[in-house]
Design a protein around this ligand. Structure first.
Ligand SMILES: [Zn+2]
Length: 326
């Protein structure tokens, strides 16, 4: 596939973005294009530099947490490599889904046979809906909490309300000082479009505080190439809080009347003019503040679309839709 903007070297022509802060990048990948590292004791994480997966090796077999298709068979290679090095079984006995999205679960069918799949009851509902052979629905489901015990190890799964998706869960490793919570905080990077393509704005905004309410020092966040810290979560919270405050300020200070006057009978043209002006005013100072702090903050559409969603939530969920007609 080529595009008109592709140069002689095969690379597309992109704008000159700010350099990525070194702190946003993770360890180098091996020749197979993956990195596997110990999180603590028998808990490991795997990355291709963009996606994260994790696994626990036990005397009774391996428990895998998410199977992103971009890591794909390298997940199997990583498990085999670590199991061989430690003289433990490499049989994957359990697979835990963080949520139903294909980009984190699409390699689930690689672990066929007798693997037991575990996930939230809404993950099962959504996977049955999506009917994707690459993502078999979990056989074991739960509503609020589930304790997984394998080979003397314990993992606590919990659903604490919708956020990125209706089914996205918290995976706590209480004996490994680690939390796995996917697609809300990107370690060292801004969220991509629309709060990381999230469905529930209020749930997404509140989720980092829930994540921080667990004891842990390392977070497996799903993206990008390194583990996250509690400081990463705090920076993300500040970024979102700044957007929220800026969206309120812009909503209150941009006068909508000139846009609706200009739109005349085309009311939607007035809506677009007004909301574009609010979004632009709200997002500009955030983009400036976080460029150089969070990687890709200067990809303006990411912060703008996130700002638009939060501004809409402020109007629709939190009731700042304007005065009631007299
Ligand atoms: Zn997702």
């Amino acid at each position: 596939m080529t595009s008109p903007a592709t140069g002689a070297d095969g690379a597309a022509d992109l704008p000159d973005y700010a350099p990525i802060p070194r702190s946003a990048l993770g360890p180098a990948l091996n020749d197979q294009r993956y990195y596997v590292g110990r999180v603590e004791r028998n808990l490991y994480w795997v990355t291709d530099g963009v996606y994260n997966s994790a696994f626990l090796t036990t005397d009774d077999g391996v428990v895998v947490f998410d199977a992103p298709p971009s890591i794909g068979p390298n997940l199997r290679r990583a498990v085999d490599e670590i199991a061989a090095a430690n003289g433990v079984p490499n049989t994957v006995t359990h697979l835990v889904y963080s949520h139903h999205h294909a980009d984190h679960a699409g390699a689930a069918s690689l672990f066929g046979g007798d693997v037991v799949r575990i996930g939230h009851e809404d993950t099962r509902r959504l996977l049955l809906r999506d009917d994707d052979p690459a993502r078999p629905a979990p056989e074991i489901t739960f509503r609020d909490t589930y304790t997984l015990q394998v080979g003397g190890d314990r993992v606590e799964l919990a659903w604490r309300g919708p956020n990125h998706t209706p089914d996205n869960i918290y995976i706590h490793f209480p004996d490994h000082d680690t939390l796995m919570f996917i697609d809300v905080v990107n370690a060292g990077w801004v969220a991509i479009y629309n709060l990381n393509l999230s469905e529930d704005v209020i749930g997404y905004m509140g989720a980092p505080a829930i994540a921080l309410s667990y004891p842990w020092t390392r977070l497996i966040s799903g993206h990008l190439g390194r583990l996250a810290t509690r400081d990463d979560v705090a920076v993300h919270q500040q970024y979102i809080a700044d957007i929220d405050a800026s969206a309120r300020e812009a909503l209150e200070s941009v006068d909508p009347v000139p846009y609706y006057v200009a739109g005349g009978q085309n009311f939607w043209a007035g809506v677009k003019g007004h909301l574009d002006a609010v979004t632009e005013r709200a997002a500009a100072p955030i983009i400036a503040k976080y460029t150089g702090v969070l990687a890709a903050a200067d990809i303006e559409d990411f912060t703008r679309t996130t700002t638009f969603q939060i501004m809409q939530s402020y109007r629709l969920d939190r009731g700042h839709s304007g005065p009631v007609h007299p």
